[in-house]
Unconditional design. Sequence first.
Length: 139
Amino acid sequence: MNTLNSIIISSNLQKKLIQIALTSLPFESCALLFGSISKNIITVRFVEQMENTKQSSIEFNMDPDELFKKYQDLSYPNFNIVGIFHSHPGPPIPSSTDIMYMKINPIPWVIYSTTSNELKSFLLDEQLSDISIKNKFVE
Ligand SMILES: [Zn+2]
């Protein structure tokens, strides 16, 4: 059952994600979100831009070697990869390809639309659900 209901991304990190998306145009951009999970709330602490090896405006792919390196990166020893970010030059809704990869990566997928300027987060557990994005912790 999906009990995760929110992801905290500070305004500064949201700005960074938007900047990554805009500077990658016309291609989709992608990034890893590092942070921590406690009490069903994810807090993003760092954002690491990844190269979109597809160089495509309709899909993205991360280089497996770069991904492996980031997973082993000791710069953030206390943090895990808690989300996957990418941008869409269209609505911020997971594509059928996204859904396929979301099934094997059941962590929040954060999508920014460079056309509607919306930042959204989704999780595919048993079903696809919206995860609300907050910019600070609220009890
Ligand atoms: Zn997508």
